[in-house]
Design a protein around this ligand. Structure first.
Ligand code: SF4
Length: 406
């Protein structure tokens, strides 16, 4: 301040401006898919390598507060952008208290322009839900549930270290229906060591008896640094048998298709019109935001990822620091390869040639001429006037097809 021509020494108090993204984020005119990660579970399943932790109950409240703040500051910096889908995943979002879930949804609706017809999914573990928890979710606007059923055979659930039993799955589905959920997915795992085709048929049939709108079937895989990996390494458990897994996969195809489910993605079946809209955003290589510890995001120009450790994530948000810990610029070559690899997972839709050409200025059949010719000759790829898609013969060897585009 100038007083009588003198300049007083001015004390500058640093104001910390929250830095949300260390780079400019491209807008998503069609709207974002929004993923929220809840990194908590009651118990860690031995096969799971997701960014999720057991025994952190005392952190739940602080994590929700941090996530609320993150939702608000991201919405703010992006100008309250349009959101087409929301997916609460984890982890087990249903371990959070009703107050915690309410706080998250209040922030979401304040910070983002959630489309009125947005698909809003919440993952749930059949061992952590009851009618009242579903009631809360339904009232908050959740319109799709994804239940981690995994198996309808008690010994298999025990092997998988699940906290629920078979009866809990049916009760969870009934409770969900009783409060108004029509759109329910069941996740199943197949290819457990020693699993018989009969046992897999039992799980599929009992899943169908629950009349879900959507079923996801994942092959058991041995992920590094999991308990299952240790058991396999020390011989306590045999490694999954790939031939058996292929046989069980084909059984699922027959049984689910006969029951009227459309096999629309390599691991996913849906009643007509009930495909998972959120996951379609990933498979169509469209922009998505991820919030919460370890979440990933992509605006098509770059991909970025957030701090994985929940306690550091909280500390960064509280300290007004960015939670972004890494990013990668996407070259058009990478973006094209990813569009192919993701789009070919969609078994009916495949990769739209016109959409690809509009985005990258070239027909994928022209750009990938030699790869396409090779895959066609092997009987693994179908070239249609408007799209490229896998042939049924490719479904069990899809990963071998995808690497051809790298
Ligand atoms: S409940 Fe799901 S997310 Fe949690 S440890 Fe088990 S498999 Fe992983």
């Amino acid at each position: 301040m100038k007083v009588g021509g003198q300049v007083d020494s001015v004390k500058v108090i640093p104001v910390k401006v929250p830095q949300v993204f260390p780079f400019p984020v491209q807008p998503a005119p069609q709207g974002w898919g929004l993923y929220l990660h809840i990194p908590f579970c009651e118990r860690k399943c031995p096969y799971c390598d997701f960014n999720t932790y057991a025994g952190l109950e005392e952190m739940y409240e602080r994590y929700v507060s941090a996530l609320v703040k993150e939702i608000r500051r991201v919405g703010d910096v992006l100008g309250r952008p349009v959101v087409r889908t929301i997916f609460l995943g984890g982890g087990t979002p249903t371990v959070l208290s009703p107050q915690g879930l309410e706080a998250l949804f209040r922030a979401l609706n304040d910070a983002f322009a959630v489309q009125p017809n947005a698909e809003i999914t919440c993952e749930a573990n059949p061992g952590t839900v009851d009618r009242s928890r579903f009631q809360v979710l339904h009232e908050l606007g959740v319109n799709r549930l994804s239940l981690g059923a995994q198996s309808f055979v008690s010994e298999e659930l025990r092997f998988l270290g699940r906290i629920h039993d078979v009866r809990d799955i049916q009760q969870a589905v009934d409770a969900a229906r009783s409060v108004g959920f029509e759109n329910v997915n069941l996740d199943l795992i197949y290819g457990l060591p020693g699993q018989s085709p009969h046992a897999w048929r039992v799980s599929l049939q009992r899943a169908l008896a629950c009349q879900p709108t959507h079923i996801s079937c994942y092959a058991l895989t041995v992920e590094e640094k999991t308990s299952l990996a240790r058991w396999v390494a020390n011989g306590r458990v045999p490694p999954p048998d790939e031939d058996l897994q292929a046989e069980l996969y084909m059984m699922a195809q027959d049984i689910l298709e006969e029951a009227g489910y459309v096999h629309y993605e390599i691991s996913n079946w849906a009643r007509p019109g009930r495909m998972c809209q959120h996951n379609l955003i990933y498979w169509r290589n469209e922009p998505f935001l991820g919030l919460g510890a370890g979440a990933h995001a992509c605006d098509l120009r770059r991909r970025w990822w957030l701090e994985r450790a929940p306690h550091i994530y909280i500390r960064r948000v509280i300290g007004d620091e960015t939670t972004v810990v890494g990013w990668e610029e996407l070259s058009s070559q990478t973006a094209m390869a990813e569009t192919m690899m993701l789009g070919l997972r969609l078994l009916q839709e495949g990769v739209s040639r016109s959409r690809f050409a509009k985005q990258f200025g070239v027909d994928p059949v022209v750009y990938y001429r030699s790869v396409v010719a090779r895959l066609q000759a092997w009987g693994l790829l179908e070239v249609l006037p408007d799209r490229l898609r896998l042939t049924p013969r490719a479904y069990t060897v899809a990963n071998r097809v995808f690497v051809e585009f790298l």
